[in-house]
Design a protein around this ligand. Sequence first.
Ligand code: GUN
Ligand code: ZN
Length: 467
Amino acid sequence: MITNKKSTAIQAYRARILHFIDNPLSNTDSPYEYFEDGVLVIQDGHVLHVGDFHTLSECLPEFNRFKTTDDHIIDESNNQITSRNQEITLEEYPNHLIIPGFIDSHIHYPQTQMIGAYGDQLLEWLNNYTFPTEQHFDDEDYASDVSSIFLNELLRNGTTTALVFGTVHKASVNAFFSEAQKRGLRMIAGKVMMDRNAPEALCDTPETSYQESKELIERWHNVDRLQYAVTPRFAPTSSPEQLHKAAQLLDKYPSVYLHTHLSENQDEIAWVNTLFPESSHYLGVYDDARLVRKRSIFAHGVHLCDNECARLAQTGAAIAHCPTSNLFLGSGLFDLKQANKHNVTVGLGTDIGAGTSFSMFKTMDEAYKIQQLRKEKLDPFTALYLSTLGGARALDIEDKVGNFAIDSEADFVVLDLAATPLLKFRTEFCQSLSELLFALNTLGDDRLVAKTFAMGQCVHDRDGDNL
Ligand code: GUN
Ligand code: ZN
């Protein structure tokens, strides 16, 4: 029930509403809440209430007495809200579904310009496309332009939070955080640490990477909605000394993240084995450097052994599963069943620019197909959980975003179920919520996203001006 705690404006959004309370694979009786005719009520950028529209009207009779002027509804009765001179705005979205903003648990903003680079698998792809592209990001103006395009693209796709790679340049991270801050977004990012096996222009040293990361942490970590991730690119491009420096940063700043790649491609794994012969496996390289912890997020984990999975689960570290990237680079088919068996925390990532779409719908679609090729199933509830609350859990921010729990930050998307003629035709035919979600997962893309909100502010309007 609404209790009026504050004296600022209230916004209410009426539509179908779906959000997750828990993992569908847990034993929770109802892991999600779904309101066929729901209302999401926001105040001061936070969730005040979510529920059934008519139940809310009964709890709060004043809600029915609001009078519409244009698209505003103003309470004319003499109730508590008007006595505080408040205005309530009600936006109604028939045939739309409101869900929490998507969470992309692994993405590279500097690779926006090189999505869809032809013909290579991971190591050649890095040398031929990625490293040349990333060399431009010592220029902060250039990095700001790309950050802006990247963030707008995320918002057009309904993604409100992401864990983001910069490049080795400090300027790349300053530019990215400045653009994210302007838009009021919750973002986690960091400067790449890379001191070997890469072009000279992209290499730092253990000392400079420590110092520059430290300066960035002190400037940006926990400023507004921004958080910092210590970001060694992957084991082959960091010396053991640099990995130890990364651990020192985590010791000094325990609430920052560790973000890197793990066990993506067979040639990469063989290379890691020759570079770190003392370590028992790929995860062991990071573990030996004390980098496997809660708030450590490892992209891919396509070829993990049971011991690696057990260790990830034991430490509370997470895997970011990136299906479009794994297919595009021919890296392999992620074993979700194995991860679940070991209780490894998993989020979904696009991994742009090896990933081929900013859309979490496209990402869920490919995740489903990967499990099909493994003769396994990924049901649409679990897929949507992984893209919202599951991602928030992987990033340890579930107290802030990922669902519509009271007081959480009001990041959400309004999905247009009739966005295309085919979607309209297909969704009208759906007999159950499960069928509807699966149709959206399979057919959906950026066109589904009518509006995106961050902290209750509209940050993307498909049919309006570019905000
Ligand atoms: N491994 C190391 N760097 C990268 C990268 O930029 N993209 C992907 N997909 N894998 C990596
Ligand atoms: Zn990546």
